[in-house]
Design a protein around this ligand. Structure first.
Ligand code: GAP
Length: 483
Protein backbone atom coordinates (compact mmCIF):
# COMPACT_ATOMS: atom_id res chain seq x y z
CA UNK A 1 0.00 0.00 0.00
CA UNK A 2 2.86 2.39 0.81
CA UNK A 3 4.26 1.99 -2.69
CA UNK A 4 0.85 2.50 -4.23
CA UNK A 5 -0.04 5.56 -2.17
CA UNK A 6 3.31 7.11 -2.93
CA UNK A 7 2.83 6.50 -6.67
CA UNK A 8 -0.72 7.90 -6.45
CA UNK A 9 0.65 11.08 -4.86
CA UNK A 10 3.70 11.36 -7.15
CA UNK A 11 1.73 10.96 -10.35
CA UNK A 12 -1.32 12.98 -9.28
CA UNK A 13 -3.95 10.30 -8.76
CA UNK A 14 -5.01 10.96 -5.16
CA UNK A 15 -4.18 13.73 -2.67
CA UNK A 16 -5.18 14.21 0.94
CA UNK A 17 -7.97 16.79 1.16
CA UNK A 18 -6.82 20.21 2.44
CA UNK A 19 -3.29 18.84 2.62
CA UNK A 20 -1.61 22.22 3.09
CA UNK A 21 -3.55 22.56 6.37
CA UNK A 22 -2.56 19.11 7.56
CA UNK A 23 -5.45 17.25 5.91
CA UNK A 24 -8.84 16.22 7.29
CA UNK A 25 -9.52 12.59 8.20
CA UNK A 26 -11.68 10.65 5.79
CA UNK A 27 -11.67 13.15 2.89
CA UNK A 28 -9.66 12.78 -0.31
CA UNK A 29 -9.10 14.69 -3.54
CA UNK A 30 -8.52 13.17 -6.96
CA UNK A 31 -5.65 14.78 -8.90
CA UNK A 32 -5.31 15.29 -12.67
CA UNK A 33 -4.82 11.57 -13.39
CA UNK A 34 -7.15 10.37 -10.63
CA UNK A 35 -10.07 12.40 -11.90
CA UNK A 36 -9.69 10.85 -15.38
CA UNK A 37 -9.43 7.33 -13.94
CA UNK A 38 -12.51 7.73 -11.75
CA UNK A 39 -14.50 9.38 -14.55
CA UNK A 40 -13.59 6.50 -16.89
CA UNK A 41 -14.69 4.01 -14.24
CA UNK A 42 -18.04 5.75 -13.72
CA UNK A 43 -18.55 6.10 -17.48
CA UNK A 44 -17.78 2.39 -17.99
CA UNK A 45 -20.34 1.54 -15.30
CA UNK A 46 -23.01 3.82 -16.82
CA UNK A 47 -22.29 2.58 -20.32
CA UNK A 48 -22.30 -1.12 -19.35
CA UNK A 49 -25.26 -0.95 -16.94
CA UNK A 50 -27.47 1.82 -18.37
CA UNK A 51 -26.96 3.53 -21.74
CA UNK A 52 -25.24 0.63 -23.54
CA UNK A 53 -27.49 -2.00 -22.05
CA UNK A 54 -29.45 -3.86 -24.74
CA UNK A 55 -33.01 -3.56 -23.50
CA UNK A 56 -34.53 -5.29 -26.52
CA UNK A 57 -32.67 -8.55 -26.02
CA UNK A 58 -33.88 -11.32 -23.79
CA UNK A 59 -31.03 -12.04 -21.48
CA UNK A 60 -29.81 -15.51 -20.62
CA UNK A 61 -31.02 -16.52 -17.18
CA UNK A 62 -33.34 -13.53 -16.91
CA UNK A 63 -37.12 -13.91 -17.14
CA UNK A 64 -37.66 -11.12 -19.69
CA UNK A 65 -36.01 -8.10 -21.33
CA UNK A 66 -35.70 -5.07 -19.11
CA UNK A 67 -35.09 -1.35 -19.39
CA UNK A 68 -32.50 0.70 -17.55
CA UNK A 69 -32.85 4.39 -16.92
CA UNK A 70 -31.08 7.00 -14.78
CA UNK A 71 -31.55 9.79 -12.25
CA UNK A 72 -29.43 12.47 -10.62
CA UNK A 73 -31.04 13.44 -7.29
CA UNK A 74 -30.21 16.09 -4.69
CA UNK A 75 -27.89 15.29 -1.80
CA UNK A 76 -30.06 17.02 0.79
CA UNK A 77 -33.58 15.59 0.85
CA UNK A 78 -36.68 16.08 2.98
CA UNK A 79 -35.68 14.89 6.51
CA UNK A 80 -38.74 12.63 6.66
CA UNK A 81 -37.08 10.47 3.98
CA UNK A 82 -34.43 9.34 6.49
CA UNK A 83 -36.91 8.83 9.31
CA UNK A 84 -39.13 6.62 7.17
CA UNK A 85 -36.21 4.78 5.53
CA UNK A 86 -34.93 3.73 8.96
CA UNK A 87 -31.60 5.55 8.65
CA UNK A 88 -32.47 8.14 11.32
CA UNK A 89 -33.06 5.42 13.94
CA UNK A 90 -30.79 2.68 12.75
CA UNK A 91 -27.86 4.06 10.79
CA UNK A 92 -25.52 3.93 13.77
CA UNK A 93 -22.22 2.38 14.60
CA UNK A 94 -21.27 1.36 18.11
CA UNK A 95 -18.22 3.24 19.27
CA UNK A 96 -15.81 2.38 22.05
CA UNK A 97 -13.22 4.78 23.54
CA UNK A 98 -10.14 3.92 25.55
CA UNK A 99 -9.94 6.20 28.61
CA UNK A 100 -6.25 5.44 29.29
CA UNK A 101 -3.96 8.51 29.31
CA UNK A 102 -1.58 8.28 26.36
CA UNK A 103 -4.00 6.08 24.38
CA UNK A 104 -7.45 7.73 24.10
CA UNK A 105 -8.03 5.68 20.94
CA UNK A 106 -11.50 5.26 19.44
CA UNK A 107 -12.73 2.03 17.83
CA UNK A 108 -15.80 0.73 16.09
CA UNK A 109 -17.05 -1.98 18.43
CA UNK A 110 -17.30 -4.50 15.58
CA UNK A 111 -13.70 -3.74 14.51
CA UNK A 112 -12.17 -4.51 17.92
CA UNK A 113 -11.46 -8.18 17.15
CA UNK A 114 -9.36 -7.12 14.12
CA UNK A 115 -7.84 -3.88 15.57
CA UNK A 116 -4.55 -3.41 17.38
CA UNK A 117 -4.16 -1.90 20.82
CA UNK A 118 -2.14 1.31 20.16
CA UNK A 119 -0.11 0.71 23.35
CA UNK A 120 0.58 -2.96 22.58
CA UNK A 121 0.00 -3.72 18.88
CA UNK A 122 0.35 -7.48 19.37
CA UNK A 123 -2.90 -7.34 21.39
CA UNK A 124 -6.45 -6.35 20.49
CA UNK A 125 -8.02 -3.35 22.28
CA UNK A 126 -9.10 -4.41 25.76
CA UNK A 127 -6.46 -7.14 26.06
CA UNK A 128 -3.59 -5.04 27.45
CA UNK A 129 -3.62 -4.56 31.25
CA UNK A 130 -3.64 -0.77 30.77
CA UNK A 131 -6.74 -0.78 28.52
CA UNK A 132 -9.76 0.98 29.98
CA UNK A 133 -12.54 0.73 27.39
CA UNK A 134 -15.93 2.45 27.66
CA UNK A 135 -19.16 0.56 27.07
CA UNK A 136 -20.20 0.71 23.38
CA UNK A 137 -22.18 3.90 22.58
CA UNK A 138 -24.36 4.60 19.55
CA UNK A 139 -23.01 7.11 17.08
CA UNK A 140 -25.10 8.35 14.13
CA UNK A 141 -23.32 8.08 10.80
CA UNK A 142 -25.43 10.79 9.17
CA UNK A 143 -23.97 14.28 8.77
CA UNK A 144 -26.43 16.88 9.99
CA UNK A 145 -26.91 20.31 8.42
CA UNK A 146 -29.46 23.13 8.55
CA UNK A 147 -31.53 24.37 5.66
CA UNK A 148 -32.33 28.08 5.56
CA UNK A 149 -31.54 30.88 7.97
CA UNK A 150 -32.90 29.34 11.18
CA UNK A 151 -30.51 27.04 13.03
CA UNK A 152 -33.09 25.17 15.10
CA UNK A 153 -34.40 21.59 15.05
CA UNK A 154 -37.12 22.53 12.54
CA UNK A 155 -34.47 23.30 9.91
CA UNK A 156 -32.37 20.17 10.44
CA UNK A 157 -31.56 18.07 7.40
CA UNK A 158 -28.99 15.41 6.50
CA UNK A 159 -26.42 14.76 3.83
CA UNK A 160 -27.59 11.53 2.19
CA UNK A 161 -25.79 8.39 3.41
CA UNK A 162 -26.84 6.47 0.28
CA UNK A 163 -28.06 7.57 -3.16
CA UNK A 164 -30.78 4.89 -3.17
CA UNK A 165 -33.49 6.90 -1.40
CA UNK A 166 -33.52 9.54 -4.18
CA UNK A 167 -34.49 6.71 -6.53
CA UNK A 168 -37.30 5.35 -4.33
CA UNK A 169 -38.93 8.75 -3.80
CA UNK A 170 -38.85 9.34 -7.57
CA UNK A 171 -40.27 5.92 -8.46
CA UNK A 172 -43.64 7.37 -9.50
CA UNK A 173 -42.07 10.26 -11.43
CA UNK A 174 -40.05 7.78 -13.48
CA UNK A 175 -43.07 5.54 -14.09
CA UNK A 176 -45.20 8.49 -15.17
CA UNK A 177 -42.62 10.04 -17.47
CA UNK A 178 -40.98 7.05 -19.14
CA UNK A 179 -43.74 4.43 -19.42
CA UNK A 180 -41.23 1.74 -18.37
CA UNK A 181 -42.74 -1.53 -17.25
CA UNK A 182 -41.37 -3.92 -14.65
CA UNK A 183 -38.80 -5.35 -14.64
CA UNK A 184 -36.75 -2.15 -14.97
CA UNK A 185 -33.84 -0.50 -13.23
CA UNK A 186 -33.07 3.07 -12.18
CA UNK A 187 -29.40 3.94 -11.81
CA UNK A 188 -27.68 6.82 -10.11
CA UNK A 189 -24.07 7.89 -9.52
CA UNK A 190 -23.48 10.46 -6.81
CA UNK A 191 -21.87 11.52 -3.58
CA UNK A 192 -22.84 10.02 -0.26
CA UNK A 193 -21.66 11.02 3.19
CA UNK A 194 -21.09 9.01 6.35
CA UNK A 195 -19.45 10.33 9.47
CA UNK A 196 -17.38 7.15 9.87
CA UNK A 197 -15.90 6.72 13.36
CA UNK A 198 -12.63 5.40 12.04
CA UNK A 199 -12.05 6.33 8.41
CA UNK A 200 -9.08 4.29 7.31
CA UNK A 201 -7.21 2.33 4.71
CA UNK A 202 -6.71 5.25 2.35
CA UNK A 203 -9.88 5.92 0.33
CA UNK A 204 -11.46 2.58 1.31
CA UNK A 205 -13.43 4.01 4.23
CA UNK A 206 -14.00 7.73 3.66
CA UNK A 207 -16.50 10.20 5.04
CA UNK A 208 -17.38 11.53 1.59
CA UNK A 209 -17.52 9.04 -1.26
CA UNK A 210 -19.32 8.27 -4.48
CA UNK A 211 -21.77 5.45 -5.01
CA UNK A 212 -22.96 3.83 -8.24
CA UNK A 213 -26.33 2.32 -7.38
CA UNK A 214 -29.07 0.52 -9.26
CA UNK A 215 -32.53 -0.06 -7.84
CA UNK A 216 -34.05 -2.80 -9.94
CA UNK A 217 -37.84 -3.12 -9.67
CA UNK A 218 -39.36 -6.51 -10.43
CA UNK A 219 -42.29 -8.77 -9.70
CA UNK A 220 -41.94 -10.50 -6.29
CA UNK A 221 -42.32 -13.89 -7.98
CA UNK A 222 -39.13 -13.31 -10.01
CA UNK A 223 -37.10 -11.40 -7.45
CA UNK A 224 -34.86 -14.29 -6.42
CA UNK A 225 -33.94 -14.92 -10.05
CA UNK A 226 -33.08 -11.24 -10.55
CA UNK A 227 -31.04 -11.21 -7.37
CA UNK A 228 -28.87 -14.04 -8.70
CA UNK A 229 -28.71 -12.40 -12.11
CA UNK A 230 -27.44 -9.07 -10.76
CA UNK A 231 -25.02 -10.63 -8.31
CA UNK A 232 -23.34 -12.61 -11.08
CA UNK A 233 -23.48 -9.81 -13.62
CA UNK A 234 -21.84 -7.33 -11.25
CA UNK A 235 -19.12 -9.83 -10.32
CA UNK A 236 -18.37 -10.36 -14.02
CA UNK A 237 -18.14 -6.58 -14.57
CA UNK A 238 -15.13 -6.32 -12.29
CA UNK A 239 -13.31 -9.18 -14.01
CA UNK A 240 -14.14 -7.73 -17.46
CA UNK A 241 -12.19 -4.61 -16.47
CA UNK A 242 -9.20 -6.45 -15.12
CA UNK A 243 -9.69 -7.58 -11.52
CA UNK A 244 -8.46 -11.15 -11.34
CA UNK A 245 -11.11 -13.54 -10.09
CA UNK A 246 -8.70 -15.02 -7.53
CA UNK A 247 -8.61 -11.57 -5.89
CA UNK A 248 -12.41 -11.40 -5.79
CA UNK A 249 -15.01 -13.36 -3.90
CA UNK A 250 -18.76 -13.40 -3.35
CA UNK A 251 -19.86 -13.62 0.26
CA UNK A 252 -23.41 -14.04 1.45
CA UNK A 253 -24.32 -12.06 4.57
CA UNK A 254 -25.25 -14.04 7.66
CA UNK A 255 -28.76 -13.25 8.92
CA UNK A 256 -27.35 -11.16 11.81
CA UNK A 257 -25.34 -8.88 9.46
CA UNK A 258 -28.21 -7.97 7.14
CA UNK A 259 -29.13 -4.28 6.93
CA UNK A 260 -32.54 -3.41 8.34
CA UNK A 261 -34.07 -3.36 4.83
CA UNK A 262 -32.46 -6.48 3.40
CA UNK A 263 -33.91 -9.97 2.92
CA UNK A 264 -30.58 -11.20 1.53
CA UNK A 265 -27.27 -9.61 0.60
CA UNK A 266 -24.16 -10.84 -1.18
CA UNK A 267 -21.00 -8.74 -1.02
CA UNK A 268 -18.50 -8.67 -3.85
CA UNK A 269 -15.19 -8.46 -2.03
CA UNK A 270 -11.62 -7.77 -3.10
CA UNK A 271 -8.32 -8.83 -1.53
CA UNK A 272 -7.08 -5.29 -0.86
CA UNK A 273 -3.35 -5.26 -0.06
CA UNK A 274 -3.87 -3.48 3.28
CA UNK A 275 -5.67 -6.60 4.56
CA UNK A 276 -4.06 -9.73 5.95
CA UNK A 277 -3.53 -12.65 3.58
CA UNK A 278 -6.83 -14.44 3.04
CA UNK A 279 -8.91 -11.42 4.07
CA UNK A 280 -11.23 -9.53 1.71
CA UNK A 281 -12.88 -6.08 1.86
CA UNK A 282 -16.30 -5.07 0.48
CA UNK A 283 -16.35 -3.55 -2.99
CA UNK A 284 -20.07 -3.76 -3.64
CA UNK A 285 -23.19 -5.08 -1.94
CA UNK A 286 -26.00 -6.70 -3.92
CA UNK A 287 -29.10 -6.63 -1.72
CA UNK A 288 -32.62 -7.97 -2.01
CA UNK A 289 -34.58 -5.07 -0.44
CA UNK A 290 -37.98 -6.68 -0.96
CA UNK A 291 -40.78 -4.08 -0.93
CA UNK A 292 -39.34 -2.36 2.16
CA UNK A 293 -38.56 1.02 0.61
CA UNK A 294 -41.59 1.62 -1.59
CA UNK A 295 -43.92 0.48 1.18
CA UNK A 296 -42.14 2.63 3.78
CA UNK A 297 -42.47 5.71 1.61
CA UNK A 298 -46.19 4.98 1.20
CA UNK A 299 -47.12 3.85 4.73
CA UNK A 300 -44.39 4.91 7.19
CA UNK A 301 -41.38 3.42 8.88
CA UNK A 302 -41.47 -0.38 8.76
CA UNK A 303 -39.82 -2.95 10.95
CA UNK A 304 -39.07 -6.56 10.26
CA UNK A 305 -41.73 -9.07 11.31
CA UNK A 306 -40.48 -12.55 10.50
CA UNK A 307 -40.03 -12.75 6.75
CA UNK A 308 -42.06 -9.59 6.18
CA UNK A 309 -42.12 -5.96 7.34
CA UNK A 310 -44.80 -4.24 9.38
CA UNK A 311 -45.54 -0.62 10.32
CA UNK A 312 -43.60 0.45 13.43
CA UNK A 313 -45.91 1.97 16.05
CA UNK A 314 -45.06 4.31 18.93
CA UNK A 315 -46.26 3.88 22.53
CA UNK A 316 -49.60 5.49 21.65
CA UNK A 317 -50.11 2.98 18.85
CA UNK A 318 -49.51 5.59 16.14
CA UNK A 319 -47.03 5.11 13.24
CA UNK A 320 -43.56 6.03 14.54
CA UNK A 321 -42.85 8.00 11.33
CA UNK A 322 -45.56 8.51 8.71
CA UNK A 323 -44.86 7.96 5.03
CA UNK A 324 -45.82 10.21 2.13
CA UNK A 325 -49.25 8.62 1.68
CA UNK A 326 -48.59 8.63 -2.08
CA UNK A 327 -49.41 5.57 -4.17
CA UNK A 328 -46.13 3.84 -5.06
CA UNK A 329 -47.61 0.51 -6.13
CA UNK A 330 -47.65 -0.70 -9.72
CA UNK A 331 -50.34 -2.18 -11.90
CA UNK A 332 -48.93 -5.20 -13.72
CA UNK A 333 -51.09 -5.31 -16.86
CA UNK A 334 -49.67 -8.63 -17.99
CA UNK A 335 -50.78 -10.36 -14.80
CA UNK A 336 -53.70 -7.97 -14.22
CA UNK A 337 -52.75 -7.32 -10.60
CA UNK A 338 -51.58 -4.41 -8.44
CA UNK A 339 -48.31 -5.08 -6.63
CA UNK A 340 -45.57 -3.31 -4.74
CA UNK A 341 -42.50 -4.29 -6.78
CA UNK A 342 -39.56 -5.93 -5.10
CA UNK A 343 -36.15 -4.30 -5.39
CA UNK A 344 -32.74 -5.77 -6.14
CA UNK A 345 -29.98 -3.30 -5.41
CA UNK A 346 -26.43 -3.62 -6.73
CA UNK A 347 -24.67 -0.84 -4.78
CA UNK A 348 -21.04 -0.14 -5.69
CA UNK A 349 -18.56 2.41 -4.39
CA UNK A 350 -16.77 4.38 -7.10
CA UNK A 351 -13.85 5.16 -4.77
CA UNK A 352 -13.43 1.60 -3.57
CA UNK A 353 -13.57 0.34 -7.15
CA UNK A 354 -11.00 2.95 -8.23
CA UNK A 355 -8.76 1.81 -5.39
CA UNK A 356 -9.18 -1.86 -6.28
CA UNK A 357 -8.31 -1.22 -9.94
CA UNK A 358 -5.25 0.79 -8.88
CA UNK A 359 -4.12 -2.01 -6.52
CA UNK A 360 -4.62 -4.63 -9.22
CA UNK A 361 -2.81 -2.57 -11.86
CA UNK A 362 0.27 -1.80 -9.77
CA UNK A 363 3.09 -3.98 -11.13
CA UNK A 364 6.83 -4.03 -10.63
CA UNK A 365 8.83 -5.68 -13.39
CA UNK A 366 12.12 -5.23 -15.21
CA UNK A 367 12.77 -4.15 -18.78
CA UNK A 368 15.97 -4.05 -20.77
CA UNK A 369 17.73 -0.74 -21.28
CA UNK A 370 19.58 0.22 -24.49
CA UNK A 371 22.59 -1.86 -23.35
CA UNK A 372 20.36 -4.90 -22.75
CA UNK A 373 20.62 -4.60 -18.94
CA UNK A 374 17.43 -5.26 -16.94
CA UNK A 375 16.09 -2.12 -15.28
CA UNK A 376 13.33 -2.22 -12.66
CA UNK A 377 10.18 -0.34 -13.54
CA UNK A 378 6.79 0.39 -12.03
CA UNK A 379 3.87 0.08 -14.40
CA UNK A 380 0.14 0.52 -13.90
CA UNK A 381 -1.45 -2.17 -16.03
CA UNK A 382 -4.85 -0.49 -16.12
CA UNK A 383 -7.51 -1.71 -18.52
CA UNK A 384 -7.44 0.67 -21.53
CA UNK A 385 -11.03 1.76 -20.82
CA UNK A 386 -9.93 2.96 -17.39
CA UNK A 387 -6.52 4.39 -18.27
CA UNK A 388 -6.46 8.20 -17.76
CA UNK A 389 -4.65 8.71 -21.07
CA UNK A 390 -4.93 6.21 -23.92
CA UNK A 391 -1.90 7.44 -25.83
CA UNK A 392 1.15 9.65 -25.31
CA UNK A 393 2.98 11.31 -28.20
CA UNK A 394 6.65 12.30 -28.11
CA UNK A 395 9.09 13.85 -30.56
CA UNK A 396 12.42 12.04 -30.06
CA UNK A 397 14.27 15.38 -30.04
CA UNK A 398 13.16 19.01 -30.05
CA UNK A 399 14.59 19.80 -33.48
CA UNK A 400 14.51 18.84 -37.17
CA UNK A 401 10.76 19.50 -37.29
CA UNK A 402 9.92 16.52 -35.04
CA UNK A 403 7.86 18.53 -32.48
CA UNK A 404 5.65 19.92 -35.27
CA UNK A 405 4.91 16.43 -36.66
CA UNK A 406 4.32 15.05 -33.13
CA UNK A 407 1.95 17.92 -32.32
CA UNK A 408 -0.03 17.31 -35.52
CA UNK A 409 -0.40 13.63 -34.56
CA UNK A 410 -1.34 14.66 -31.01
CA UNK A 411 -4.06 17.00 -32.28
CA UNK A 412 -5.45 14.37 -34.62
CA UNK A 413 -5.57 11.65 -31.91
CA UNK A 414 -7.03 14.05 -29.36
CA UNK A 415 -10.18 14.23 -31.45
CA UNK A 416 -10.75 10.60 -30.48
CA UNK A 417 -9.21 10.04 -27.03
CA UNK A 418 -7.52 11.62 -24.07
CA UNK A 419 -3.91 11.97 -25.28
CA UNK A 420 -0.77 13.29 -23.57
CA UNK A 421 2.00 15.26 -25.30
CA UNK A 422 5.52 15.33 -23.86
CA UNK A 423 8.79 16.60 -25.31
CA UNK A 424 10.89 17.02 -22.16
CA UNK A 425 13.63 14.69 -20.85
CA UNK A 426 15.04 11.52 -22.33
CA UNK A 427 12.60 9.34 -24.22
CA UNK A 428 13.30 6.49 -21.76
CA UNK A 429 12.18 8.72 -18.89
CA UNK A 430 9.11 9.75 -20.79
CA UNK A 431 8.19 6.09 -21.31
CA UNK A 432 8.68 5.40 -17.59
CA UNK A 433 6.39 8.31 -16.67
CA UNK A 434 3.66 6.98 -18.95
CA UNK A 435 4.13 3.44 -17.59
CA UNK A 436 3.52 4.78 -14.08
CA UNK A 437 0.47 6.68 -15.33
CA UNK A 438 -0.99 3.56 -16.97
CA UNK A 439 -0.95 4.91 -20.56
CA UNK A 440 -1.39 1.87 -22.84
CA UNK A 441 0.42 3.28 -25.93
CA UNK A 442 3.28 5.69 -26.64
CA UNK A 443 4.07 7.08 -30.07
CA UNK A 444 7.50 8.46 -30.90
CA UNK A 445 8.34 10.64 -33.88
CA UNK A 446 12.00 10.07 -34.87
CA UNK A 447 14.36 10.63 -37.81
CA UNK A 448 12.74 7.81 -39.79
CA UNK A 449 9.43 9.67 -39.55
CA UNK A 450 11.00 12.49 -41.57
CA UNK A 451 11.90 10.01 -44.32
CA UNK A 452 8.85 7.76 -44.61
CA UNK A 453 6.06 9.15 -42.33
CA UNK A 454 6.20 6.18 -39.96
CA UNK A 455 6.38 6.34 -36.15
CA UNK A 456 7.04 3.84 -33.38
CA UNK A 457 4.07 2.58 -31.39
CA UNK A 458 5.07 1.14 -28.00
CA UNK A 459 2.90 -1.19 -25.96
CA UNK A 460 2.94 -0.41 -22.21
CA UNK A 461 2.76 -4.00 -20.98
CA UNK A 462 5.12 -5.76 -23.40
CA UNK A 463 7.23 -2.63 -24.18
CA UNK A 464 7.39 -3.98 -27.76
CA UNK A 465 7.67 -1.23 -30.35
CA UNK A 466 6.31 -1.56 -33.85
CA UNK A 467 6.79 0.74 -36.78
CA UNK A 468 3.53 1.99 -38.22
CA UNK A 469 2.44 4.58 -40.79
CA UNK A 470 1.23 7.79 -39.13
CA UNK A 471 -1.85 7.78 -41.33
CA UNK A 472 -2.94 4.41 -39.88
CA UNK A 473 -2.61 5.43 -36.23
CA UNK A 474 -6.26 6.18 -35.48
CA UNK A 475 -7.55 2.92 -36.94
CA UNK A 476 -4.76 0.86 -35.38
CA UNK A 477 -5.12 2.32 -31.90
CA UNK A 478 -8.89 1.99 -32.12
CA UNK A 479 -8.47 -1.68 -32.98
CA UNK A 480 -6.01 -2.27 -30.15
CA UNK A 481 -8.11 -0.42 -27.58
CA UNK A 482 -11.18 -2.41 -28.52
CA UNK A 483 -9.28 -5.69 -28.48
N1 GAP B 1 -27.74 1.60 -0.68
C1 GAP B 1 -27.05 0.52 -0.05
C2 GAP B 1 -25.78 0.91 0.53
O1 GAP B 1 -25.45 2.08 0.65
P1 GAP B 1 -23.60 -0.06 1.59
O2 GAP B 1 -23.10 -1.48 1.60
O3 GAP B 1 -23.70 0.66 2.87
O4 GAP B 1 -25.02 -0.16 0.88
C3 GAP B 1 -22.59 0.36 -0.76
O5 GAP B 1 -22.72 0.77 0.58
C4 GAP B 1 -21.16 0.58 -1.25
O6 GAP B 1 -20.78 1.94 -1.01
C5 GAP B 1 -20.12 -0.25 -0.48
O7 GAP B 1 -20.01 -1.55 -1.04
C6 GAP B 1 -18.85 0.56 -0.74
O8 GAP B 1 -18.30 0.27 -2.01
C7 GAP B 1 -19.38 1.99 -0.74
N2 GAP B 1 -19.14 2.60 0.59
C8 GAP B 1 -19.91 2.49 1.69
N3 GAP B 1 -19.38 3.18 2.71
C9 GAP B 1 -18.22 3.71 2.25
C10 GAP B 1 -17.20 4.54 2.83
N4 GAP B 1 -17.29 4.96 4.08
N5 GAP B 1 -16.16 4.90 2.05
C11 GAP B 1 -16.08 4.51 0.76
N6 GAP B 1 -17.00 3.74 0.16
C12 GAP B 1 -18.07 3.34 0.89
Amino acid sequence: MEKLTSLAKRRGFIFQSSEIYGGIGGFWDYGPLGVELKRNLKEAWWRDMVSGHDDLATLPGAPSPYAMTGLDCSIVMHPQVWKVSGHYDLFHDLLVDCRTEGCKARFRADHIPTSQCPLKPSRHPGEHDKCDLTEPREFSLMFKTNVGALFDPSSEAYLRPETAQGIFVNFKNVLDTTRVKIPFGIAQIGKSFRNEITPRNYTFRSREFEQMEIEFFCHPANSQQWYTYWRDRRFAWYTSLGLRSENLRLRNHDANELSHYSCGTADIEYAFPFLLAGEFGELEGVAHRGDFDLRSHMEGKLVRAGDDFTLELDQQGQPRYVGSGKELSYFDDQRQERIVPHVIEPSAGADRATLAFLCEAYTEDAIEDSQGKPQPRVVLKLHPRLAPFKVAVFPLVKREGMPKIAQDIYRELKRHWNVFYDETGSVGRRYRRQDESGTPFCITVDSQTLENQTVTLRDRDTTIQERVASKDLVALIQEKLTA
